[in-house]
Write a protein that binds this ligand. Structure first.
Ligand code: CA
Length: 223
């Protein structure tokens, strides 16, 4: 399990790293918000422990950017004592849990373990983009409240694009992810299926979400 600690207080960061290492976690430390965000976007961490008060970007900005990206990492927010509004704001912005400073290491470890056991609470169940909503548990998608009639492959394709919104996905990557095809096979199947998906997801609606990037692949974004 890989954990990223984003904390500018060196003493706290060291103490957390040491404790988590001893508990068997692989740990990286970032000392400010910008470095933390870069690391969190580059590396697949299972959990990000994010302090709110940070130089360069604060914890809110890091959390917001992280939640707009496709990284599904869990986020445990470290907030100031008695700042209830901070906790509420953190959860609204998509933090999975929070811990109030100062805390005992045993408390942090218990929280980390329970989060990792539980998995992402909300992010996994629903994906939203503009008026598109994907319900992963029920395997249903709607746009502007209208149920989309999708085949299971189309649903998978839509979910892949939506989970990695903003990222250009190559035909090869899509073919591998949705059809388990090897990268050398004919990726025409991707074009055909994206066209069918668009007819259902985009054509009836004014705002288009699935875009072709010439020579590169497909991207899902609101514009
Ligand atoms: Ca701090």
């Amino acid at each position: 399990m890989k954990v990223l600690i984003v904390e500018d207080e060196i003493k706290t960061a060291k103490f957390l790293k040491k404790g988590l290492n001893e508990a068997g976690f692989v740990v990286d430390v970032a000392r400010d918000g910008l470095e933390g965000l870069h690391l969190a976007l580059e590396v697949d961490f299972d959990l990000v422990i994010l302090d709110v008060m940070l130089p360069s970007l604060d914890g809110w900005q890091v959390l917001t950017c992280l939640r707009q990206s496709s990284r599904p990492s869990l986020v445990l927010l470290l907030t100031a004592r008695d700042a209830v509004h901070e906790r509420v704001r953190g959860l609204e912005l998509g933090a999975d849990d929070y811990l109030v400073k100062p805390f005992a290491f045993s408390e942090l470890l218990a929280r980390v373990r329970s989060l990792l056991r539980r998995g992402p609470a909300r992010a996994q169940e629903n994906i939203r983009m503009a008026d598109l909503e994907i319900d992963l548990l029920r395997q249903r998608a709607t746009r502007a409240g209208h149920r989309l009639d999708l085949t299971s492959k189309e649903f998978l394709l839509l979910t892949l694009l939506a989970r990695r919104a903003g990222e250009v996905l190559s035909r090869t990557l899509i073919a591998e992810a949705v059809w388990d095809m090897n990268f050398d096979s004919d990726t025409n199947v991707v074009d055909v299926n994206v066209r069918r998906l668009r007819a259902k997801v985009d054509e009836p609606f004014p705002m288009k979400l699935i875009h072709t990037v010439r020579g590169a692949g497909y991207v899902m974004e609101c514009n």
